[in-house]
Ligand binder design. Structure first.
Ligand code: HEM
Length: 127
């Protein structure tokens, strides 16, 4: 009856395109690449699972990895306000690249701003 944001965005294929475009940028970003693994295959696979459930699709991430506990899982990495901004900029550009527009883009991006802010665990001058 009512569409989930997962359906509205275009499901698995659109999430896969978005995540691939996103990590291509992360890999090249001077503020982000130092804290990510060189090979982003597994990271991208997990992010596809996570965003699927974040948007109300099947709970793929939890089925394989348990409760996301995202802030806790990010604690090993120094996430400064600059890195949160960089992460969001890569996501914004990835959305542009794949031509994701409309209310579902805005809704997703607004939620990601809040989640990204929640991941900040390190003040700017301690990285
Ligand atoms: C994993 C950085 C925000 C979702 C990671 C990893 C890093 C990272 C370094 C580990 C990659 C690996 O070892 O495979 C950041 C930075 C952020 C940020 C700098 C800036 C705020 C977010 C946000 C989300 C998110 C907003 C949710 C939409 C994930 C997921 C994983 C992950 C699902 C995989 C966790 C796992 O290992 O199971 N992130 N992240 N991250 N991140 Fe982020």
């Amino acid at each position: 009856m009512f569409q989930s944001p997962y359906e509205a965005i275009g499901g698995e294929q659109v999430i896969a395109k978005l995540v691939d475009a996103f990590y291509e940028r992360v890999a090249k970003h001077p503020d982000l690449s130092p804290i990510f693994p060189k090979d982003l295959t597994e990271t991208a696979r997990k992010q596809k699972q996570f965003l699927t459930q974040y948007l109300g699709g099947p709970p793929l991430y939890t089925a394989e990895h348990g409760h996301p506990m995202l802030r806790a899982r990010h604690l090993p990495f120094p996430i400064t306000p600059t890195r949160a901004k960089a992460w969001l900029a890569c996501m914004h550009e990835a959305m542009d690249e794949i031509g994701l527009n409309g209310p579902v883009r805005d809704e997703l991006y607004q939620r990601l701003i809040l989640t990204a802010q929640h991941m900040i665990n390190t003040p700017e001058d301690e990285r």
